[in-house]
Design a protein around this ligand. Structure first.
Ligand code: C5P
Length: 402
């Protein structure tokens, strides 16, 4: 039987500490063994007995609490398959960024080589302070997943960013980190993903776009992160939370997407172009709202020009060792079109899928055929997250074959 994974949950001194109880339960429901380490300040918000009752494990607070284990921080660090700090205060994030180890939690963090997931929670001004943002960036650059705080009504009465992310998102991020640690086959690789639709302005209030939800691209980014890759996600406007740990560049138009993707493309080992880029854009977007009546003639004849093909343009700039994946979403003959696109766009792999009413766009499942120069693989209908893994598996096989 597979060994049960241990998530070490670090709880720091912040009112959101009460939500850690739900996080512990959420992880247990997903089959994890959970151990809790708390800072002294956290014990003012939640009694260690609460966590001891939930986990049936001793709850560690002080460096010298356990006389039977004089180097408790090392044994805790070694037991952890993932170290999740939720909520993480500005102070603890700052200490970890500097390598300060002055209590059991921060000493364990320094000694721990397991993946680190950090869910900050604090007052909006503390969260937005340059120092805090820099510390979180430092942790992220070292490979920690930061589950960004949300916006809303804060315990201090302020409204803004700083609220602990949703419990489910935090549990999911810890599970992704566990999965990645188990299967780190993209460790050391950079993956660039383009996702979502683009919006091409007609005037300041109108634009041309399409039905892409971004779900496929976000699933590819999440899968690549889970497997240990460094991920850049260049995203058009979508209503999705980006996966924790991705470098996200938000764009609106196709031209912006090309410019944002270009520098990341140069560094990327695997590039997955899932974005549904608008093929055309208004040639002369108006700088004022076009008026019904007075501007009917302009609205009736919007002159369109072609957008750059981001995949085809960047594939021409590719260097040896890069693997380029594109999509062919078609209402008919997706596989034949995919074979053509392999050549015209200069891709190594095209994911062909038929789209239409209720298919592919906006749904959680997708059915695709993976088309490469050495043949095709038809996959059954599956969740987009699973398809994302299948695409990355194939990309890795193609890399190995070169
Ligand atoms: O030509 P078509 O739009 O069907 O090609 C789809 C593939 O090309 C997708 O991978 C899409 O992300 C990419 N593409 C692009 N830039 C465009 C059009 C498509 O990167 N302007």
């Amino acid at each position: 039987m597979e060994k049960q994974s241990t998530v070490l949950v670090g709880v720091t001194g912040c009112i959101a500490a009460y939500k850690s109880c739900e996080i512990v339960r959420g992880l247990q429901k997903r089959g994890c063994r959970v151990k809790v380490v708390m800072t002294e300040h956290a014990t003012h918000f939640v009694d260690p007995l609460t966590f001891r009752s939930l986990t049936h494990e001793p709850v560690a607070v002080g460096l010298f609490d356990d006389p039977s284990d004089p180097i408790h921080h090392i044994s805790l660090a070694e037991e952890a398959d993932v170290f999740l700090i939720a909520p993480c205060t500005a102070n603890v994030a700052a200490k970890m960024a500097c390598g300060i180890a002055d209590d059991l939690l921060t000493t364990t963090a320094l000694a721990c080589t397991a993946p680190l997931v950090v869910a900050p929670a604090m007052n909006v001004h503390m969260y937005e302070a340059e120092a805090t943002q820099r510390n979180l960036r430092t942790l992220k650059a070292r490979g920690a997943r930061i589950v960004e705080a949300g916006s809303g009504y804060l315990a201090c009465g302020d409204v803004g960013r700083g609220r602990l992310a949703d419990v489910d998102a935090i549990v999911e991020a810890a599970l992704e980190a566990l999965e990645g640690a188990r299967r780190a086959d993209l460790a050391g690789l950079s993956v660039l993903v383009t996702a979502g639709p683009t919006e091409e302005p007609v005037d300041p209030v109108r634009f041309l776009t399409n039905r892409s939800s971004g779900k496929m691209g976000y699933a590819v980014a999440a899968a690549a992160l889970a497997r240990g890759a460094q991920v850049t996600l260049v995203s058009g406007p979508v209503a999705l939370e980006p996966p924790a740990g991705a470098d996200v560049v938000r764009v609106r138009t196709a031209c912006e997407m090309l410019e944002a993707a270009r520098p990341a493309f140069a560094d990327a080992d695997i590039v997955v172009f899932t974005a549904a880029v608008a093929d055309l854009r208004p040639a002369h977007p108006a700088d004022r709202k076009l008026k019904k009546g007075a501007d009917d003639a302009l609205l009736a004849r919007i002159e369109l020009v072609s957008n750059p093909d981001i995949l085809a343009t960047l594939a021409q700039e590719r260097r040896a060792g890069q693997t380029v994946v594109g999509f062919a979403a078609e209402t008919e003959n997706a596989v034949e079109n995919a074979r053509v696109k392999l050549e015209t766009k200069g891709a190594d792999l095209i994911v062909a899928n038929e789209v239409g009413e209720g298919r592919a766009f906006g749904t959680d499942d997708n059915q695709a055929v993976l088309v490469s120069r050495d043949g095709e693989r038809a996959l059954p209908l599956m969740p987009k997250r699973q398809l994302a893994d299948a695409i990355l598996d194939r990309a890795l096989e193609l890399r190995a074959a070169h």
